[in-house]
Design a protein around this ligand. Structure first.
Ligand code: LLP
Length: 416
């Protein structure tokens, strides 16, 4: 469900004409729909209505401070993986007490920063990390709230780069190691056990892998309870998939029902870390056709957005729906590759795609670009990063201005 729709053949973001927006802001440009974003958050929140819960939006999916601000206003907490993400959450008015800190390589200064602002908890990824957190907390005279990230060894049946709960993954620790870590934490003056967590991957279609993983996690929670180690929350991570093409992902209500039941049964507060399902279909990438070319039997549409703007097709073979912004019913279909200006053959937004015949100057919308779109963008090929815009009813606001060429070498120095 999203609020990008056609009106008289033209594509709009809520009440904003994308053609007009492109004229005014330029391309490439990310456009988010506020109504879509807020609806997705509320759907997830309502899916968990029957259980004491906290949604911690995964900041890495889309980290613009305006997006974080809107979510914070709705009551969202945040899942962060760096001090930079923590700073963004605070800048956006997020509540540090609703922040969980995940990630396999937390740095000492980031741990100290999170302790000082009083986050909800650290999702601890190794025995060494537990010791580091304890040491830093002791140095600061503070107590660190912790949860151990358990690797439940479950196959989420998704792209191999975004599966994180396999035995071979770098994330989390095996249940027996987690048990020892809890026993150690229980004896520490500077560690306070608050929960247990897992995160098995991303763009997951079915409920079964979640239930299997969470089942293993609560098994450990019960074992710990038997040893007098009480937990307050169960964090099941993020990972619910969305429709890019013709997938049929499970619904938030189904996931909420399944994991909510488990949390209630074990008297645990539920935490979830959704990213993609909140913001994925709340954003598009708007790009303009620069030229058309044919190489033998391949036809290319060259656009002004490239792999530095949206890396998902190159990195995960991801399929994103493309549509012409203008009316196109009268144009014959053509089989094309839609490619960017970057000097790599991996620089494509779509391959072997049937599209209405494109002409120079046409605008294309790349759907499903709200999650892991701008947040994974780079300056590769010295391309300034695109603008980000929030459509809100009949108005829009630029929430990140397009980088300038001078931004490209900010911090660089000529030799003296
Ligand atoms: N929690 C943790 C600890 C995570 O590592 C992630 C995502 C999430 C929550 C949110 O997962 P989501 O609900 O968005 O699936 N760049 C890839 C996705 C990488 C996901 C990394 N971790 C892509 O574009 O498909």
């Amino acid at each position: 469900m999203h609020f990008f729709a056609r009106n008289n053949g033209q594509l709009w973001a809520e009440g904003v004409s994308l053609a007009t927006l492109a004229e005014q802001v330029g391309t490439p440009c990310y456009v988010y729909s506020r109504a879509t974003l807020e609806r997705h958050y509320q759907v997830m929140d309502q899916a968990l209505a029957g259980v004491d819960h906290l949604i911690c939006f995964a900041v890495k999916a889309c980290s613009n401070i305006a997006i974080l601000q809107l979510l914070a206003r709705l009551g969202s907490g945040f899942d962060i993986v760096s001090g930079g993400e923590l700073a963004r959450v605070l800048r956006a008015g997020g509540d540090p007490r609703k922040v969980v800190f995940s990630g396999v390589g937390k740095q000492p200064h980031e741990i100290a920063q999170a302790l000082q602002v009083g986050i909800h908890c650290f999702n601890v990824e190794s025995e060494q990390e537990l010791a580091t957190i304890e040491r830093i907390a002791a140095e600061l005279g503070l107590v660190a709230p912790i949860s151990v990230r358990v690797n439940p060894e479950v196959d989420p049946r998704t792209h191999k780069y975004i599966a994180t709960g396999l035995k071979s993954s770098k994330f989390g620790v095996a249940a027996d190691v987690a048990e020892t870590m809890y026993q150690r934490a229980a004896r520490s003056k500077h560690l306070h056990i608050v929960g247990i967590d897992c995160h098995i991957g991303s763009q997951i279609m079915e409920i079964a892998p979640f239930v299997e993983a969470v089942g293993r996690v609560v098994e450990l929670a019960e074992r710990l309870r038997g040893q007098g180690i009480a937990l307050e929350h169960l964090d099941v991570g993020g990972g619910l998939g969305i429709v890019y093409r013709d997938e049929a992902p499970a619904l938030p209500e189904q996931l909420g029902e399944a994991v909510g039941q488990i949390a209630r049964r074990h008297h645990l507060r539920l935490i979830m870390e959704p990213g993609r399902v909140i913001v994925g279909n709340a954003g598009i990438l708007l790009t303009r056709v620069l030229g058309i070319k044919s190489n033998g039997d391949k036809d290319f549409v060259i656009v002004d957005a490239a792999m530095n703007d949206l890396i998902r097709p190159a990195l995960y073979d991801a399929w994103h729906r493309l549509e012409l912004v203008g009316a196109s019913e009268d144009r014959p279909l053509a089989l094309v590759d839609v490619v960017g200006p970057v000097c790599e053959s991996g620089d494509f937004l779509a391959q072997d795609r049937q599209l209405p015949t494109c002409q120079n100057g046409d605008l294309l919308a790349v759907f499903g670009a709200g999650a892991y779109g701008f947040s994974m963008s780079s300056n590769y090929n010295s391309r300034p990063r695109s603008a980000e815009v929030l459509a809100d009813g009949s108005t829009y606001q630029v929430i990140r201005s397009r980088e300038t060429v001078a931004d490209l070498w900010r911090g660089e120095m000529l030799v003296g």
